[in-house]
Design a protein. Structure first.
Length: 152
């Protein structure tokens, strides 16, 4: 895969996803939600750093979902891209005042619950509004950050 294709892929602008990719995304989303049903189906796919009890407690960390969603989306993009590189991930977790991977999963679970709240629904009434906000934010990631992700 060339540099341009990797950049497009990182920004979510790559080739249209197939149904298989969409199904995989839906399964991943279900496993990240912390639902008991999702957990019972395939514990092999669960990140060992996850703590479901911790995820059940609201903690937005250093993020303010209502007033600075761009910071959360930027962190989400950067951390998820660096997840396989432990050193880089730990740097990013520290940069965003996150204790560890379990704390990151807790913040993500809190964000999902916030989206379902009246405040979250008012700000992002449908999936399209959320996707647009996420894409707008992740497109602002600097070229240096993209190059760093490719090197890692």
């Amino acid at each position: 895969m060339g540099l341009f294709a990797r950049i497009l892929s990182a920004l979510g602008r790559g080739k249209a996803e197939s149904n298989d990719n969409q199904d995989a995304d839906a399964e991943r989303d279900a496993s990240e939600s912390g639902d008991a049903e999702a957990e019972a189906g395939g514990t092999d796919d669960i990140d060992p750093e996850r703590d479901l009890e911790l995820e059940a407690k609201d903690d937005a960390g250093s993020f303010d979902f209502a007033h600075d969603i761009a910071r959360y989306f930027t962190a989400e993009f950067r951390i998820e891209q660096a997840w396989g590189n432990r050193e880089r991930r730990d740097q990013l977790l520290a940069e965003y005042d996150l204790r560890d991977g379990a704390h990151w999963h807790q913040v993500k679970a809190t964000f999902k619950r916030w989206l379902a709240s009246p405040e979250g629904k008012q700000k992002y009434p449908n999936e399209d509004a959320l996707v647009q906000a996420r894409m707008t934010t992740t497109q602002t990631v600097t070229v240096d950050e993209l190059e760093q992700m490719i090197e890692d």
